[in-house]
Design a protein around this ligand. Sequence first.
Ligand code: AKG
Ligand code: FE2
Length: 343
Amino acid sequence: MQSSTAHPTVPHESLLPFASWPREGLPQGYFSDSKDPAIPEYYAEQGYCVLADAFSAEELDALRAETLRLARNVDGQVKGIDPAPGAMDDWEAQRRVLCIHFPHKISDVMLEGMKAPPVAEVLARIISPDVKAMQSMLFLKASGKPGQAWHQDEGFIPTRDRSLCGGWIALDDATVENGCLWVIPGSHKPGILWPREFHYDRRFDCTHETRGYSWTDADSIPVEVKAGSVVFFNGYLLHRSLPNRSERGFRRSLVNHYMSASSLLPWRLKEESNAVAMADYRDIVMVAGEDPYDWKGYEDIAHSFIRPDGEGGCVEWKNIKADEGQEPAGSGLSVAPDRGQMA
Ligand SMILES: O=C(O)CCC(=O)C(=O)O
Ligand SMILES: [Fe+2]
């Protein structure tokens, strides 16, 4: 497998933050200009790319301040946590939340982040001129919080043309130590969705893990990025993140999911609906170009909620009552909460 790091033989876990980067400039696959002509080919071949310095210091400050406001849940719009009492300090208020889903539905600041011009520009070049967004996640991931096991986002959010793309905006420097994204370059290419199963690995949250592909963890690379960078990754690319092992801090990131606006989106179907072929989730935000389906109008479906972080065990861990760490045969039959939205 091709690696984009300068020293692929050194175990990444033992390196200081950014130590695997070249002495001068950026690693392969990282671009500082959203118009760089090499971006589309790199993304098509490797399944990911990074735009450095996409957000200014002021924009990052605004996104972090809004992250704090949402984590405090001042107006009670985030399901799953109580509004933070006045006496609770900012660290504790943010530490209690691993990830807020759909922040763009309750925050104009997050909505603007989703539509940021440098992000839209890259998307229009790697997906299609017409781009829509349907989902967002705001990770806070304080020290000690888990990562998310190997998965492919199209297994959660199905496009019809394989155009799904994550836009992972780093609000803090993301490093191996604090739980940056890891990817298996090129794993999007077969266009296969491998099976996803329940796991017993406490390094990860309760979301199911993808298995059955031929790569190993040794083929994966960490995508360390500076705050303000955006990691773009294909919906079929195998990716994961490890726990935040830093002493005291957050690994905050706003992740938005985008796709071509010319594909229907058969996502979050109502149970009574069997008509998959024409199903089209319309709680979307246009980010670039035109919406060929604007005649359908738009809907307000998604609500903001927090992701279970596995503290106290996942639903399956409680149901199966196996010994700690022992994965029983036949696991993976039960269903994780909200699994259609975890991406
Ligand atoms: O940042 C993470 O921990 C996981 C993010 C992820 O899987 C995604 O953004 O699709
Ligand atoms: Fe993901």
